[in-house]
Design a binder for this molecule. Structure first.
Ligand SMILES: Nc1ncnc2c1ncn2[C@@H]1O[C@H](COP(=O)(O)OP(=O)(O)O)[C@@H](O)[C@H]1O
Ligand SMILES: N[C@@H](CCOP(=O)(O)O)C(=O)O
Length: 300
């Protein structure tokens, strides 16, 4: 096997009312380099002892599965990861690892990567098309999984909208953030979210940005998850006051997302203040929408 590199964008899922449905690729990238090796050796930049453990490293686990699925023995791999997407912060870090390994396996085995093949492998590791699809294909995607089939649509995301993501300095695993969700929701809350999710799509298509503020509200997950995120309400209201078009939890959190066409730094700083009032340190990034999705390069 040659030395290969996969570059995969971060994603922000849900965007408020589109819980388990909407996902957007962002201009922040994880890189995964791999070459054949006896045994597994993982280097992570920056150093991350957790990700250097092969059993915890989804990139290695998916590579191994994809290799064995082809009837081959997995002898190991030398992996170098440049991790710009923080782990367990609601920016689709696990999806970057899964997508990278699937794309690299398909390239090595010279197999055409169909949707069926992609999802057959990906869903063994993470059942979230709202992260997997934008990480793979880029842009904004609305998706659903029914009877083992994934239905999805790409929607043009306005060029002038940027994402301000405010990343607090604590981790929240997707597993933990899903464990606090209720089994059932009321009809009233169901209607609330359907109305807002539909309005969100219409506002994007018609470029009617003043509607985004109301369209990004949610009753499916944020009211439950915010208990795990000190300052959440204040961070959202600070973002809106500073000029954001709309704001929501990013994925399962704890990162908070604001969409904006101006005042990006003011919005980022105001959101950080919201966290700081609750003694949480945070950092912000102003990101573009990634339209390209994941890619694989042959290095040597
Ligand atoms: N960049 C990565 N490389 C390899 N494995 C990863 C990576 N990011 C996450 N994982 C694995 O996936 C698990 C689940 O991560 P998760 O909580 O879903 O994070 P995120 O919300 O950032 O996707 C982690 O505990 C880790 O074992
Ligand atoms: N729809 C999922 C998305 C999880 O995204 P992540 O980036 O936090 O893994 C959810 O909200 O649980």
């Amino acid at each position: 096997m040659k030395k290969l590199r996969a570059i995969v964008p971060a994603t922000t899922a849900n965007l408020g009312a589109g819980f388990d449905t909407f996902g957007l690729a962002l201009s922040l990238y994880n890189e995964f380099e791999v070459e054949e090796h006896d045994g597994v050796v993982i280097e992570t930049i920056p150093d991350n002892p957790f990700l250097k453990t092969p059993e915890k490293n989804l990139f290695v686990q998916v590579l191994k599965y994809a290799c064995e699925r082809r009837g081959k023995t997995f002898h190991g791999a030398k992996v170098k990861q440049i991790t710009n997407v923080p782990v367990a912060r609601g920016l689709g870090s696990s999806a970057t690892a899964i997508v990278a390994a699937i794309l690299i396996s398909a390239t090595v085995s010279k197999v055409e990567l169909t949707d069926d093949l992609f999802f057959e492998i990906a869903y063994r590791f993470e059942p979230h098309p709202d992260n997997l699809l934008p990480a793979w294909k880029g842009g904004f995607i609305t998706a659903l999984l029914q009877n083992k089939k994934t239905y999805y649509q790409h929607i043009d995301f306005p060029q002038d909208i940027k994402a301000v993501v405010v990343i607090p300095d604590f981790e929240l695993s997707t597993e933990k953030a899903r464990a606090v969700l209720p089994e059932k929701i009321s009809l009233k809350d169901g209607v609330f979210n359907v109305q807002r999710a539909s309005l969100f799509i219409s506002a994007l298509v018609n470029k009617q940005y003043d509607i985004l503020k109301i369209a990004m509200d949610d009753r499916f997950h944020q009211p439950y998850r915010k208990k795990l995120i000190p300052g959440f309400d204040e961070v959202i209201s600070n973002a809106l006051e500073a000029g954001a078009l709309g704001a929501s939890l990013s994925g399962a959190g704890p990162t908070v997302l604001a969409l904006a066409i101006e005042k990006f730094d003011d919005i980022g700083k105001a959101m950080i203040e919201g966290f700081e009032k609750h003694s949480i340190k945070a950092d912000y990034k102003v990101l573009e929408v990634d339209k390209r999705g994941a890619r694989v390069e042959i290095i040597e």
